[in-house]
Design a protein around this ligand. Structure first.
Ligand code: SF4
Length: 230
């Protein structure tokens, strides 16, 4: 009996060690991708004379409708203080990559918009996400879906830990209706685009995203995760 208990305890501890080793490997893998992205970005930024935050501001503006956003939105989404965002945008304006304008409807609001030169400086062909897209093409279609839904979970956890301030993804969007349709391929619904969505079409950076309330996000998240094991 004592022998059996020791055996069971040994098996349990081995399973826990395997799980810990797997999470360590996953974290190491994500860190490696992050380092590769940083290293490539640093090389390119070095050539273009852009700092990491300047690059982030350009990329953020590029993702916005009309390639423009309030300076306060830039500060909020990049999790930096307003004076820091204002300073970086002023620097980008001196480099003729961004222009600032007072908002027509409210003169107190300052908008930043990409110039044509700013747009060229972060064209898709020079962006790391395209390299990553090529890398993920090596995965099978089911593997891509598992990776996408796993990334959604990792990003949400990082948001909860305060490491990512805003991610314009479906699961935190007020238009997202998980598991609304009796269709295994496209069970979710986007109320803004009025289209059914499958797991493979979940967005991580959507330009028509609108943030949902905390209660809405929690409810949608419970519904979204409740129907899956992966
Ligand atoms: S608006 Fe965009 S982020 Fe929101 S549910 Fe639709 S596709 Fe997803």
């Amino acid at each position: 009996m004592a022998e059996q208990r020791a055996l069971n305890s040994g098996k349990k501890s081995s399973v826990l060690q395997d799980a810990a080793a797997l999470t360590t490997q996953l974290a190491a893998g994500l860190e490696k991708i992050g380092l590769a992205m940083k290293s490539r970005t640093w090389r390119r930024e070095g050539r273009a004379g852009l700092g990491p935050l300047q690059r982030q501001v350009l990329t953020l503006l590029r993702s916005k409708p009309g390639q423009r956003a309030k300076v306060s939105t830039v500060a909020n989404e990049l999790a930096v203080r307003l004076p820091t965002a204002s300073e970086v945008i002023a620097t980008l304006e001196r480099k003729q990559l961004v222009r600032r304008r007072r908002d027509m409807s409210d003169g107190r609001i300052v908008m930043a918009q990409l110039t044509a030169k700013g747009n060229r400086s972060c064209t898709p062909s020079s962006r790391m996400p395209d390299r990553l897209a090529t890398a993920t093409e090596a995965l099978s279609a089911p593997e891509q879906v598992v990776l996408l839904t796993s990334l959604v979970k990792v990003i949400r956890s990082l948001q909860e830990q305060g490491e990512i301030s805003v991610a314009r993804m479906c699961v935190s969007c007020q238009y997202f209706r998980p598991n609304q349709h009796d269709n295994a391929d496209r069970p979710h619904h986007c109320g803004s685009l009025n289209v059914p969505l499958g797991d493979r079409s979940l967005r991580l950076d959507c330009h028509v995203y609108e943030p949902a309330s905390t209660a809405q996000v929690n409810e949608a998240w419970a519904n979204f995760t409740g129907s899956r094991t992966a």
